[in-house]
Design a protein around this ligand. Sequence first.
Ligand SMILES: Cc1cc2nc3c(=O)[nH]c(=O)nc-3n(C[C@H](O)[C@H](O)[C@H](O)COP(=O)(O)O)c2cc1C
Length: 170
Amino acid sequence: MSKIGLFVGSQTGKTEAAAEEIQEGLGGDGVVTIHKIEEAENSDFEKYDNIIIGCPTWDIGELQADWDGYFEELDNINFSGKKVAYFGTGDQEGYPDNFMDAIGILETKISELGGSTVGNWPNEGYEFNESKALKNGKFIGLALDDDNQSELTEKRIKTWVAQLKQEFGV
Ligand SMILES: Cc1cc2nc3c(=O)[nH]c(=O)nc-3n(C[C@H](O)[C@H](O)[C@H](O)COP(=O)(O)O)c2cc1C
């Protein structure tokens, strides 16, 4: 079994494309198994000690639709002892008061359920007003903005993946 489970929801494909790049960077499908959240079950989460969560923000500060559908079900998963990393895509110019909110909402929930967060990310190089993903002056996970900064995405993913290798110990 692979060492990391990556759970992703995506409406227009950007977060899914990032998931594939993250998987590739971490060593391919022998290391990371991608689960689309619309097909996932609780037992899929329970298989892994290392989890990556990918979710874009939609509808002004909301979770992507399939993640929204799974949100209550998360209460039935025991995340204690699991390391959890988060990434999302968003639009800081179009939605500066809600940039990346979705991963902030998921991180708050999963931390309450016992997960320990890894993969914090600096907020330098972005311009926005507010984000639920910002805690203690950092993003709780990787913030990607393909709507305005697509030229930075590849480098950001590479840097974050190197950090995750250390923090997951894979
Ligand atoms: C109607 C609409 C609402 C959006 N709301 C937000 C938002 O509140 N915050 C944000 O950061 N991005 C927001 N976005 C931008 C999307 O999150 C961004 O395009 C993202 O990359 C889409 O990811 P996906 O292709 O994986 O679905 C919104 C986009 C649309 C079209």
